[in-house]
Design a protein around this ligand. Structure first.
Ligand SMILES: C[S@@+](CC[C@H](N)C(=O)[O-])C[C@H]1O[C@@H](n2cnc3c(N)ncnc32)[C@H](O)[C@@H]1O
Length: 334
């Protein structure tokens, strides 16, 4: 106990816990990169077995493996390590979900960008670009797809698309959201609009899924190029958080111009409470969005309601989707 704790009864532990968060994250990223969780997918293994399979020398591998034990992702009995339930489900490559691409995205792209976080906070200068080279585009898009897999699967059960005939997904990533939607509503026609490199990747992903033949991919920049017309539902998922209120007003106006009265707009994001502090994960993600573009943020449902009314939309409802992700639905007004 420190002298300060003795006098005040206040422990500094939360500070140490928060400040060491980057070490925990990096241990996790590298355990994932060297394949520790994959190598334990079929059952327990000793450190010597794991060293042989991963090609990492014993003591260095032990540092990683024991950190994962300390953090609760691996379990250890004597010299045997095994995946705990969370690692087995999400990181082994054989569970029902796969968050390995998400960890790779945060390790390879997000983490290096955060080393410039102070600059982003002080100057508002973006530290990344949305126009990425091929390999980085794949890591980014597949990482976003992995972290958003739960919400993407949940949306078609949350929102009834049967009233619609054509849906447009603006900034639609790999097409994972449209895949989930057209799988449940096979009569829907669908269009995905993306920046050129992301559009190329989306075409590859959609081509590998026989259920997504009705999805057309259009490449373009939604701030510069015309948006595809003739849709009665528009999805904008995890895009608004990359931009300033002014840019979002522009995007909402441009979207309104290409749809008829009565069309629905589904805005999916980490929408917060009016204080921007809940859900807590959203409050942290605000930093991620700021450091990427220099203007990103998380917004409250109240912020968005104001923008919608200013740009020709009437807010209809706000529903939870999965985890910290929710959907704000609006209707195009005359
Ligand atoms: C965070 S990702 C979200 C992807 C997908 N909607 C999802 O929720 O999984 C944001 C997407 O917006 C796209 N994007 C950003 N700026 C754009 C622009 N000016 N025109 C078209 N797409 C853009 C990016 O390429 C990226 O795929």
């Amino acid at each position: 106990m420190t002298a300060a704790t003795e006098t005040t009864g206040v422990s500094p532990d939360p500070i140490f816990q928060i400040a060491s968060g980057f070490m925990a994250a990096k241990h996790l990223f590298i355990a994932n990169e060297v394949g520790l969780f994959d190598q334990l997918a079929d059952g327990p293994a000793t450190l010597d077995d794991l060293a042989q399979r991963t090609g990492i020398t014993g003591r260095r591998l032990r540092i990683l493996a024991d950190a994962m034990v300390a953090l609760g992702l691996l379990e250890r009995t004597d010299d045997q390590y095994r995946n705990g339930p969370v690692a087995a489900t999400f990181l082994s490559g054989t569970g029902p979900a796969d968050l390995r691409p998400f960890l790779r995205f945060w390790d390879r792209l997000s983490y290096p960008t955060w080393t410039k976080f102070e600059t982003a906070v002080r100057t508002g200068q973006g530290q990344s670009t949305l126009h990425l080279p091929e390999e980085e585009q794949r890591i980014f898009s597949e990482g976003v797809e992995a972290i958003q897999a739960g919400p993407a699967q949940a949306l078609p059960a949350t929102y009834d698309f049967s009233r619609h005939s054509r849906v447009l997904d603006i900034g639609g990533g790999t097409g994972s959201w449209l895949s989930a939607i057209v799988r449940r509503y096979p009569d829907l026609q669908a269009t995905l609009f993306e920046l050129p490199a992301a559009a190329t990747l989306a075409r590859q992903h959609l081509a590998s899924d026989p259920n997504t033949r009705q999805v057309e991919v259009v490449a373009g920049d939604f701030f510069a190029d015309p948006l595809p017309e003739g849709h009665d539902a528009v999805l904008i998922a995890n895009v608004v958080h990359l931009f300033s209120p002014e840019h979002n007003l522009d995007l909402l106006r441009r979207t309104r111009r290409v749809v008829p009265n009565g069309a629905r707009l589904l805005l999916v994001d980490f929408w917060t409470d009016p204080t921007h502090t809940q859900p807590p994960f959203a409050a942290l993600m605000a930093g991620e969005f700021l450091v990427i573009t220099g203007e990103g943020d998380v917004y409250s449902a109240e912020d968005v309601g104001g923008w919608l009314r200013e740009t020709g939309w009437r807010p209809v409802e706000h529903q939870p989707v999965a985890g910290p992700i929710s959907v704000i639905v609006a209707e195009a007004t005359g």
